[in-house]
Design a protein around this ligand. Sequence first.
Ligand SMILES: *Cc1c(COP(=O)(O)O)cnc(C)c1O
Length: 429
Amino acid sequence: MTAPSLPGAPFLARQGDDLWLDGVRLADLAAEFGTPLYVYSRGAMRAAATAYQSALAGRRHLLCYAMKANSSLAVIKTFADLGLGFDIVSGGELARVIAAGGDPAKVVFSGVGKTRAEMTEALRAGVKCFNVESESELDTLSEVACALGRRAAVSLRVNPDVDARTHPYISTGLKDNKFGIAHERARQAYAHAAALPGLRVVGIDCHIGSQITEIAPYLDAVDRLLDLVEQVEADGIAIAHIDLGGGLGITYTDETPPAAGELVRALLARIDARGHGQRELLMEPGRSLVGNAGVLLTEVLVLKPSPEKNFAVVDAAMNDLVRPAMYQAWMGIAPLHLRTDGQANPPLSWDVVGPICESGDWLGRDRVLALQPGDLLAVLSAGAYGMTMASNYNTRPRAAEVMVDAGRAQLIRRRETVESLLRDELLPS
Ligand SMILES: *Cc1c(COP(=O)(O)O)cnc(C)c1O
């Protein structure tokens, strides 16, 4: 009846009949702030970052939180306070780092297409480096930097082409996708970068995919990267840092990814074995720092049982949390309160769906739950790629966000209003 904690989320636990996150009863937050509501545990985020940091202690390193996973200012501040840097993919994300008090000198700017305006802002802010993904981008960045009288620090994102057949993971590190510079063109690209007047080569990076649950593909990528470092340095171009990207998976249901510390220790061992231990090491974790720190609370609006299928319509929808609709992702769904008073409806298999006019608008399928209208549910592991992918589809204001920390709860984003959605629109004259 009572479980000490839910899979992968040590800060989430059932106490008696109620679900608690980091010392706060989630039903109390739903009552105070309404639903749909994102709730994050600050302690869980800190613990996730510390797991990487402890394993990297004693090394020259920079942990850059990939903030596209969850870019709320309070989340950025939480990681900035721990000394983390940030992996950004837009000028908007840079503005968030600055607004939250993060250090632009610890920012790496990734992304396959950056505008000149974004390059200019990042150069003015003094980011640590640009992760560049094409030779064409090298030319543009050099021009922009020269116009400002600066030199842009660059790392080249190399596509290590690690073998997906032996490692079946969601991949961005294979030849046939849009990311990175092909491994066999990388030497040429480095020579090109080194010859441009507005650039200064500082690193090499890769990012081989997301929700990776094995260490082996990372080790393959390290080997491919170090092969290149050795070739490029033999060509006379120094490479100060190695950036291994993000991608470590989390437990949504029964996945068993390595712990962050375990992954880092394996990477360091391989880097040392190849004699590169003196280099600064960067990593860009996103999901693994925030995914299991968050839940999305929602209320059951309507029950529609039928002989074919039972639908539970809730007040959160694909506009709030698109992962199930977009990736067929499985996310846990748990009641905030277990009815043990004998008043519960019998458990049935439900499709938990949102109110949006799309058949793809679902949060979970075939979930055995004892439900009645007005019940509150938590969608689990919703701290990553939840709020950042939210939209206003169906003119639905985006959810509020609350951060809890050892028994205290604080609103970190007010619920959006319909007025704010209409504010920037103009009627034709
Ligand atoms: C998305 C992304 C990350 C973070 O990926 P996770 O799977 O969330 O850890 C890191 N680096 C780059 C370049 C990315 O695009």
